[in-house]
Design a protein around this ligand. Structure first.
Ligand code: OAK
Length: 808
């Protein structure tokens, strides 16, 4: 790899200059934040030089450009990642050490931008890294929220949300590009005029805002390709500061335009799959779509002139879930209203350019907007959607018995609502799910009517993770060991990890695998001590469930297992439990009461268990507050059991399952999402699988014969006791009982089948943990999981998107 610095001396000299220019001080006299800012600005500058070369190469080669539209990019800290990708991490660390500094300390100054909620946003960030690694001309197009996802604090066991001011100390990676700002119109009314035989539409009386881009360089591993992530911020069109109002003491009124415009990009809606936003959210969706489409068309026109028919040859527009669903209609609008193309030509271009990924089958998560809201905010876009819908219906073959039902299921406008998933499908040439089972469910149920009409457009792209970030960078001790025996080719090509299988019988290597896990557990234990004032035992098993809180992910099932083990141990001191630390982390949407109650329950149980001398040498419960990319990178490497326990059929894919597998944790999971592919790759004997399968869940629900009370009554001793404990004060010390959880299980008949899977889950846990004392075999399984995890690199996923969807 060509390096941008040939020696540590060369780097140090440049770095000193940057520090001086930025702070006016010598390196030795600067604060850690100054040191970070100078280093990040310097690397960002170097990256932009490579970006210009990349751009030029792409232009000369006439490369197809891929625009990845996503309302979230959960990028995490960049510095360490970029030093690794540029091949200068060690050189920089040594140089800084020579200067009397510490790279680790400097890296910890970096804000961790929470511009995403969870899986979908983090996937988008992994894809950016992999696109750059694969040399794809791939650009992220998203939102620059002033406040990212809230910071989570825990007070009396409850989640409390605090604003995330990630920009307060500046963000050295981004560059504002006011020259590339785009005017975006909301509201108004559609007018038309006749030009020859053409009717031309436009919108009058709009309220406009300016979408202003901020660009972040995306450095690919190998240092040859630097792409960019463009995030849009909303500003007023012109400074309309009302001096009279200000002088009269009306300070807010004086700057009202600015406040109204900026509100659009003020916050990331804290909604994961399943909850919906409001009008402002629709404005966000249109803002980043319209600004992104304008930008890509400008670039195309610069490079290819007005040959709009060639757009699908040079541009791919990928829509990450339905939030960018207006890409299709907006592109139609510009091609027709501004470029003068007739509908049919424009439509052909749109459908050959746009593709769509679905990320959830939860029916409540399928995005819909009231027509009244939509049409008054975006009248011309609505008109185009209405026409898309009309043509869809018109083209329908109504002669089949199932036609009426099929039309109802696939229409874009229905029951007074705009259905964004149907719009996304109809505007695309490709629809994919994110794991095999998920793609099958899309075809068989969620989108079955589309699949019956257009089977060829459906495909699967099993998710992946950036193995450089989540393994090489997060787990340097293990990564070093791996590199020692198989070389460092796996950084470039994760499938090389499979070479590790040759060491599964090597006792001394396995011992070193175990030692690296222990080092990671110690590192996490220190973090937990600092952050949670809790001492956890690195000799205990680290059993980890970290992800968003959602009923279907069943953190409740996990904590009920803890309650059960606790109860059984108290009832019988001879009951054997492998000493275990039960680690939870994750946020719940602010308005999701049930999920927040589960967080409170976990903390309630922790309070009792951790303070009970009868058990606290063998069990601890630990809730790590404010789960985010940076602490995730500490948690995954320390995990030994990966809890992936969703109700079968509900988790589209999951990606923490892949990150934990790669870091050598054994999956304790249901046959759901990508767990199924983990089992395919690593073998069922190397994981711990339990619970109902998807067909069994469906059959049970369809039978109408599931009765929560019967299950509880058949096991009064264990389940009955837990159910009672939700309301009898046992765990109420911090902030009261848990009536709503009791109610959900017993009176809502346990929708997520927690009680049904309870015994099989606890049995699987007991049987898995009983094998822990055989350290050599445990480490062998851990190593085997790592060895077989290379397929889950997002490099592989991106190559599939490139070859089978984007044709880039
Ligand atoms: C968020 C908002 C709307 C719809 C879906 C999501 C979402 O985050 N879904 C998650 O996407 C991940 C990436 O594909 C999957 O691994 C998760 O299973 C899925 O819940």
């Amino acid at each position: 790899m060509d390096k941008i610095y040939q020696s540590k001396e060369e780097f140090a000299e440049q770095y000193r200059q940057h520090v001086r220019a930025l702070s006016g001080k010598e390196f030795e006299d600067t604060s850690d934040i100054d040191r970070f800012t100078a280093l990040a600005k310097m690397i960002a500058g170097d990256s932009r030089v490579i970006a210009a070369q990349t751009d030029e190469r792409n232009r000369v080669e006439g490369k197809k450009r891929v625009y990845y539209f996503s309302i979230e990019f959960l990028i995490g800290r960049l510095l360490d990642n970029y030093l690794l990708n540029l091949g200068i991490r060690d050189l920089v660390a040594e140089a800084i050490a020579d200067m009397g500094g510490d790279l680790d300390v400097i890296e910890r100054q970096e804000p961790d931008p929470a511009l995403g909620n969870g899986g979908l946003g983090r996937l988008a960030a992994c894809f950016l890294d992999s696109m750059a690694h694969e040399g794809i001309a791939g650009y992220g197009n998203g939102m620059r929220y002033r406040y990212g996802l809230f910071k989570q604090e825990i007070v009396d066991g409850r989640q409390v949300e605090v604003a995330d001011e990630w920009l307060s100390k500046g963000y050295p990676w981004e560059v504002k590009r006011p020259d590339k700002a785009v005017r975006i119109g909301f509201g108004g009314h559609v007018v038309s005029r006749q030009e020859g035989d053409r009717t031309i539409f436009s919108v009058e009386g709009t309220q406009d805002v300016l979408a202003v881009p901020y660009d972040i360089p995306i450095v690919g591993y190998g240092g040859k390709t630097v792409n960019k992530l463009r995030c849009w911020s909303a500003e007023p069109i012109d400074e309309h500061f009302d001096l009279d109002a200000f002088n009269a003491g009306d300070y807010t009124g004086a700057d009202r335009d600015r406040a109204n415009a900026e509100a659009i990009s003020a916050i990331l809606y804290p909604n994961d799959a399943g909850e919906h936003g409001r009008l402002l959210r629709l404005k966000q969706e249109y803002l980043f779509v319209a600004a992104g489409i304008r930008t890509l068309l400008d670039t195309f026109e610069r490079e290819h002139g007005k040959a709009w028919g060639e757009l699908p040859d040079y541009v791919a527009i990928h829509t990450n879930d339905t939030h960018p669903a207006m890409c299709g209609p907006e592109l139609m609008r510009i091609l027709m209203d501004e470029k003068g193309l007739p509908w049919d030509e424009a439509w052909d271009i749109v459908t050959r350019t746009v593709s769509y990924t679905n990320h959830t089958i939860l029916p409540e998560a399928l995005e819909k907007w009231p027509i009244s809201t939509f049409s008054s905010l975006l009248p011309r876009i609505y008109q185009i959607i209405d026409e898309i819908n009309r043509r869809w219906r018109e083209g329908f073959d109504m002669s089949q018995p199932e036609s009426a039902e099929r039309l109802r299921a696939t229409a874009v406008l229905w029951d007074g609502e705009v259905r964004m998933a149907n719009l996304s499908v109809i505007c695309s040439h490709s629809v994919n799910g994110v794991a095999k089972i998920h793609s099958d469910i899309l075809k068989a149920s969620t989108l079955k009517d589309f699949a019956a009409l257009r089977p060829e457009m459906f495909n699967n792209k099993t998710n992946g993770i950036c193995h450089r970030r989540f393994f090489a960078e997060a787990n340097p001790t293990y990564a070093k060991l791996v590199t020692e025996v198989i070389g460092d080719g796996w950084l470039d090509d994760a499938s090389e990890l499979e070479k590790l299988t040759a060491f599964e019988g090597d006792a001394s290597f396995l011992e070193r695998v175990g030692a690296s896990k222990r080092a990671n557990k110690l590192r996490l234990a220190e973090y937990v001590k600092r952050e949670c004032s809790l001492v956890i035992d690195p000799n205990s098993i680290f059993d980890v469930q970290v992800k968003r809180f959602h009923a279907y992910k069943r953190q409740l099932l996990n904590i009920m297992k803890v309650m059960d083990l606790y109860n059984r141990r108290l009832a019988d001191p001879n009951f054997k439990i492998q000493p275990t630390t039960f680690i939870f982390s994750g946020k719940a949407a602010s308005s999701y009461t049930f999920a927040k109650e589960v967080i409170r329950l976990i903390n309630g149980v922790a309070e009792v268990v951790n303070n009970d001398p009868r058990v606290n040498d063998i069990m601890k419960v630990c809730f790590i507050p404010n789960f985010r990319v940076s602490n995730a990178q500490l948690i995954y490497p320390a995990a030994e059991i990966s809890e992936q326990i969703s109700t079968a059929g509900k988790e589209a894919s999951g990606t923490s399952n892949m990150k934990l597998m790669m870091n050598g944790a054994i999956t304790l999971g249901t046959m759901d999402g990508a767990n199924i592919e983990i089992v395919d790759l690593a073998g069922r004997e190397n994981e711990a699988i339990f619970g109902l399968t998807t067909p069994e869940v469906e059959a049970l629900r369809a039978s109408g014969q599931y009765f929560a009370w019967d299950i509880v009554n058949s096991d009064r001793a264990r389940l009955g006791r837990i159910i009672d404990q939700f309301v009898d004060g046992t765990f109420a010390g911090l902030s009261g009982n848990f009536e709503s959880i009791h109610h959900e299980l017993m009176f809502n008949n346990d929708y997520d089948l927690v009680l049904k899977d309870f015994h099989s889950y606890v049995d699987a846990w007991e049987s898995l943990t009983s094998t822990y004392p055989d350290a050599q075999d445990w480490n062998r399984r851990a190593l085997h999981n790592t060895a077989m995890s290379g397929w889950f690199s997002s490099d592989r996923t991106i190559r599939e998107y490139r070859d089978e969807i984007w044709h880039a």
